[in-house]
Ligand binder design. Structure first.
Ligand code: ATP
Length: 466
């Protein structure tokens, strides 16, 4: 795999990769065996960060009274992917450099010279575009202008399942969570709590055999999606689409993303069934790239599943006495790309009290650790006992509290700044006298004294307000 896009902020991604490994956010998959491309394992802080991301997204969906939650299987009947068009059409355009044999995505090479080629183009069409531009295209690795033909490489990951070896069938691991939603749309509707318009939201793993998994968490082979499919009448769909587009962009304020770092990008080459498609892009260190897709898919998906399964997936509208296949608006964002965005956005280096520090300026609601509790001195048993008591009580209400008694206080602050902990609570000799602690703010470095009694509500309010 090779990076095609040049980094706009050189070194930032490397710093983040190194910090997140050192502090236990993310590890290379199968690292002790030399690594397994396109896979990453989440460490303790990564798991906490992921949960925050998923909870925030789920909460934003549950604010609506007509969004249902779903958790569908990863293994799916092959027919699902035949109906959806993935078996024949879900591929990336692979091209190999004849000189150094490095594999690239043809659309990514074309993008570098400013030619838009959607990965969803047919093999013949992308070959035409590639051929027209051959004289301008050279290999980013060896510099030669000698590429082979572009071939469509399926992204679907397969496995086998069955009673006995000879009966094993090839099955697909889901390439997106959306199909699980489409094939359960009728079940949710028939449960009697929802009617058109309504949405189904799902968070879960998806698998893609990406040609070049790259840019850390941005393009993985096993990743997690947060998708919502909104089922609506054809007449109401355009308005609902606009509303969802507005809502999805506004959502990122709740994650504290810096202004000017997100933008809309409309698809120039629409897939044949899509009525309109926009992506929300974030300015990653390697340039503006897709974070989330908000697409208007018409009635294609339900229509296909109706055709292939023979099950009637239409909806009868009692008010208008009309039967139709609902249209679908989809919002689809990756957990991993959200986390990469959060890390990039929060990463900062500054100087405090004459000392350089690395800091992750997460909004408190996103921070994997909300507060750390320190006894001022590790070898004073009265301080340690009091700090333990405060720590244990806080943890009952806010589980993401960390204990830290290692090294001097300055060092502990640096360590917490580096993982984005917004508050550090120090138990000192005054605490033993007046039941108050110092709370130090990560961003300003300012300290205030808070009574132990108020500590819980102080932290909860800060997290909620953020
Ligand atoms: P790209 O053009 O970058 O390959 P895509 O258009 O194929 O992405 P979608 O099929 O629209 O992506 O998937 C919806 C969302 O799932 C994306 O916006 C992204 O956040 C996430 N996603 C897709 N592929 C990957 C991947 N390989 N690794 C991590 N996240 C991914």
């Amino acid at each position: 795999m090779e990076k095609v896009k040049k980094e706009k902020q050189p070194g930032l991604l490397d710093k983040i990769v190194s910090l997140t490994k050192r502090r236990g956010f993310v590890f290379q998959g199968s690292e002790i065996y030399g690594g397994f491309a396109g896979t990453y394992d989440w460490g303790p802080l990564g798991v906490a960060l992921r949960r925050n991301v998923v909870e925030q997204w789920t909460h934003s969906m549950q604010m609506h009274d007509n969004i249902a939650l779903l958790d569908s299987s990863i293994f799916t009947a092959a027919k699902v992917w035949e109906a959806s068009g993935h078996v024949t059409g879900f591929s990336d355009p692979l091209v190999v450099c004849n000189a150094c044999h490095t594999k690239f995505r043809a659309d990514h090479l074309l993008e570098v010279i400013g030619v838009v080629a959607d990965e969803k183009m047919t093999e013949a069409r992308i070959n035409e575009v590639f051929d027209e531009n051959r004289p301008k295209l050279h290999c980013p690795v060896c510099g030669k202008k000698d590429f082979g033909r572009v071939t469509a490489k399926s992204l679907l990951a397969t496995s086998t399942l069955g009673k006995f070896e000879e009966e094993d069938k090839e099955v697909y691991l889901r390439g997106e969570t959306a199909q699980g939603i489409f094939i359960n749309y009728k079940n949710v509707l028939d449960s009697g709590f929802y009617s058109i318009p309504f949405g189904i939201a799902q968070v879960g793993k998806a698998f893609r055999n990406e040609i070049s998994p790259r840019q850390f968490l941005f393009r993985k082979r096993e990743f997690e999606q947060m998708e919502m499919q909104y089922f609506v009448s054809p007449e109401e769909a355009p308005v609902a689409y606009e509303e969802w587009r507005k809502e999805r962009m506004a959502y990122y304020e709740t994650l504290g993303i810096k202004e000017g770092k997100l933008r809309w990008k409309q698809h120039e080459n629409l897939v044949f069934y899509a009525k309109d498609a926009w992506d929300i892009q974030y300015e990653y260190p390697f340039g503006w790239s897709e974070l989330e897709g908000v697409h208007y898919r018409g009635d294609y998906d339900l229509g296909q599943h109706q055709k292939f399964s023979g099950v009637d997936l239409s909806f009868y509208d009692e008010d208008t006495k009309r039967r139709y296949i609902p249209h679908v608006i989809e919002t689809s964002v990756g957990v991993d790309r959200t986390i990469l965005m959060l890390l990039v956005d929060a990463y900062d280096e500054d100087e405090m009290n004459g000392e350089k520090r690395v800091i992750l300026r997460f909004k408190p609601n996103m921070a994997p650790v909300k507060a750390a509790v320190f006894p001022l001195l590790k070898n004073k048993s009265e301080l340690v006992a009091k700090a333990r008591e405060i720590y244990t009580n806080l943890k009952k209400e806010i589980p993401q509290i960390m204990w830290d008694d290692n090294g001097n206080i300055g060092k502990r602050y640096r360590r917490q700044d580096e993982i984005g902990t917004p508050y550090c609570i120090t138990v000192d000799f005054d605490t033993l006298e007046n039941d108050s602690v110092t709370v130090r703010d990560r961003d300003s470095g300012e300290q205030e004294r808070i009574s132990i009694q108020e500590l819980n509500s102080f932290l909860s309010d800060k997290i909620k307000a953020s």
